[in-house]
Design a protein around this ligand. Sequence first.
Ligand SMILES: Cc1cc2nc3c(=O)[nH]c(=O)nc-3n(C[C@H](O)[C@H](O)[C@H](O)COP(=O)(O)OP(=O)(O)OC[C@H]3O[C@@H](n4cnc5c(N)ncnc54)[C@H](O)[C@@H]3O)c2cc1C
Length: 413
Amino acid sequence: MSPDSNRPDRIVVVGASLAGARAVHSIRSAGHDGMLTLIGAEPHLPYDRPPLSKDFLTGERDADALMLDPPGAYDEIGAKVMLGTTATGLNLDARTVAVETDGPNSGEQVPFDALVIATGASARPLPGTEGLDGVHTLRTLDDATAIREGLTAGARVAVVGGGFIGSEVAASAKARGCEVTVIEAASAPLVRGLGAEMGSLVGALHGRNNVELRLGVGVEGVLGADRVEAVTMADGTRIEADLVVVGIGVVPNTAWLAGSGLHIDNGVVCDATLCAGPPGIYAVGDVVRAPNAWLGGGAIRVEHWTAAVEHGMTVGQNVVDPQRAIPYDSVPFVWSDQYDARIQIAGHPDAGDDVEVLVGSAADDSFLAGYRRDGRLSAVMSVNAIRPFVRFRRLLASHPSWDDALELAATLA
Ligand SMILES: Cc1cc2nc3c(=O)[nH]c(=O)nc-3n(C[C@H](O)[C@H](O)[C@H](O)COP(=O)(O)OP(=O)(O)OC[C@H]3O[C@@H](n4cnc5c(N)ncnc54)[C@H](O)[C@@H]3O)c2cc1C
């Protein structure tokens, strides 16, 4: 620490992806001129994940175009980057992070005055399929590269899980000429994110694009000796497959923090300023569970690109100047591209909300729906309705009533 203030001299960021990268830049922008170190387990500099299920999988974009920063960006701001380096432990008393690498730094203890935890999440595997060729999860550039190689025209692809990632993989595989089946245990895709009504509407995109959708039935197992051959279903049926992509959610990467004394419960539990409790310890991105002032209420964990960016920006200021820490306050936002549809969601839809199309028509595949809770607009979801969406996203920031929403809709009709 600087002797004359609470400002840290040495700041370490663990996790070299979106939230960690944004945190590093924002820490420098906030005036930190001491040591700054970014530690990442992957061999790659920070890259963007959303294209991994979209235009990277279709082959329209290559790995070089995924990088989050121009070459030399970290040298330019004087940040040390340790790639291929996995944090294995945190000692809060000694204020050190233990790291493992294949190289000479293995076993090193990296000291810090302030720490930003940005270790994100890992894809949840389908139990019993680990190590079987042709079965993949999708989280990293290396995962996406392996899947892309298998997406040859005519290949039979089974996608387990009809959430955003699964649906996008299905659309990309179809674009590459594969025969695709999406398997979803719920009654409609995207029920968790959108509710049953909108989930069914969006899920209909699969059928319209000649992708088979198997709903309401779970996967029993995956067959294959050396390589996957088929997926067996709980109803006794079997889906032949050359490639299986599993998209059944993620698990926050907190194992390395076990025994550190931090509160871990579905992520690193933090306060509204993204502080994990002990002074100078923060968490950002998919790994953090923290309140969002816009939502009110308790801590939540989200897996949204925009939140990871905003957390990184918020923490930059908070870690450098903790006396003037600001709470994280933002309307949640997430998008998904599937087939020719851009789906956008702002706010916090809940399964119990009433849903009504406010702009456009679902029949035209261009509409915006509002979610109503206790007389207020809680969220909006749009399909191919970018301009109305922008207006409603802005409106949501002011916690509008349902009447406010109807008023805005009338101006956009
Ligand atoms: C295929 C895909 C498509 C997506 N599409 C969208 C989309 O369309 N819209 C949207 O809003 N969001 C989307 N997302 C979500 C978005 O990409 C994430 O919210 C975002 O990547 C979270 O960033 P993060 O930095 O918190 O975590 P991550 O991106 O998970 O990065 C964490 C990093 O930490 C590293 N790490 C983990 N443990 C350690 C350790 N012990 N030591 C060192 N390093 C470690 C990991 O290797 C990783 O590089 C998508 C995600 C995926 C995977």
